[in-house]
Design a protein around this ligand. Structure first.
Ligand code: RRO
Length: 294
């Protein structure tokens, strides 16, 4: 394994998880101490935390697409106080640095979340999930460079911890959003979040997902992710965490060749919970993929 320094954090290798795709607390219950000794990721990114508790979207929440998955989970979580009381102590026991992903529906909400985690030594870095509408402006924060700049203007002074802005691919000019994040003080960006999609119930013709639309992930989006990572890496100087349909070492190496410092594994972990460790080993040994072994 090749160690890597990311925003001043020492990591054993460049493979981490994509937020919301690996439940480390449930995995600890299922696999016991074996999870800790063979933890599949070099850092752990927690699922998105919001200020208030949320139930999430009505079911159904998942739909399988060719070579991928569509989700409309809707951020179910215990809220900031529930997270601090119940999840943080458990996640702090993981053998790797913890990155907390936060989302707010206004700049003030994000600021409250960032302030709370800024004070916690257990947290190595924060990832700002900007794929949701600002209820005050109606804009999806991550779709608009000015919104991202204003958000960073509010939260950047609140913490010295690294701030990673998780970009949405559902923007007309993703490199422009990345440039705005960099100029406003982000330490890194991560991309891609899921691509907006929709499915109809074949029996009724009505939307299948309770949330009507959902986010597409998995190998179906890999080529789109590679193109977006390539263009973002060419535009900015801060480190990039790349993700989108990574199933094996070769996929990860392609994203690193495009300029990524770290690669996150998402949908593949649902199929194979130890995919992160396998992919890290494949990156280290330049092993090809079973599906295309070159
Ligand atoms: O919870 C979700 O439905 C969700 C989120 Br917050 C996200 O950032 N990306 C995604 O695919 N689903």
């Amino acid at each position: 394994m090749t160690p890597v320094t990311f925003c001043g954090i020492e990591l054993a290798h460049p493979i981490i998880n994509a937020s919301g795709t690996f439940d480390a607390i449930a995995a600890r219950r299922a696999f016991g101490d074996a999870l800790l000794t063979g933890f599949p990721f070099a850092a752990f990114v927690s699922k998105t935390v919001t200020l208030e508790p949320r139930e999430g979207n009505p079911p159904p929440r998942l739909w399988e697409v060719p070579a991928g998955l569509m989700n409309s989970i809707g951020l179910p979580n215990k809220g900031l106080h529930g997270y601090l009381a119940h999840d943080l102590p458990e996640l702090a026991r993981l053998p790797v640095p913890l990155i907390v992903n936060v989302m707010g529906f206004s700049r003030d909400e994000v600021a409250a979340l960032v302030s709370a985690f800024a004070a916690r030594d257990e947290v190595a870095a924060l990832e700002l999930n900007v794929s949701c509408p600002n209820v005050e402006t109606g804009m999806v924060m991550g779709a608009d460079p000015a919104e991202v700049a204003q958000l960073l203007g509010v939260v950047r002074p609140l913490t010295d911890k690294p701030l990673i802005v998780k970009l949405t691919p559902n923007a007309s000019d993703v490199p422009l959003v990345a440039l705005a994040a960099e100029a406003a003080g982000a330490d890194a960006v991560s991309l891609v979040n899921t691509l907006r999609g929709m499915a109809l119930d074949p029996r009724t013709g009505e939307p299948w997902l309770g949330g009507i639309t959902g986010g597409v992930s998995g190998p179906a989006v890999r080529a789109i992710a590679l193109a977006q990572v390539h263009s973002v890496c060419a535009a900015i100087r801060i480190p990039v965490v790349a993700m989108g349909g990574v199933t094996c070492g070769r996929d990860a190496r392609e994203l690193m060749r495009a300029g990524a410092t770290l690669v996150a594994v998402g949908t593949e972990s649902f199929r194979d919970p130890s995919a992160g460790a396998r992919i890290a080993a494949e990156v280290a040994t330049a092993t090809g993929c079973v599906s295309y072994p070159v």
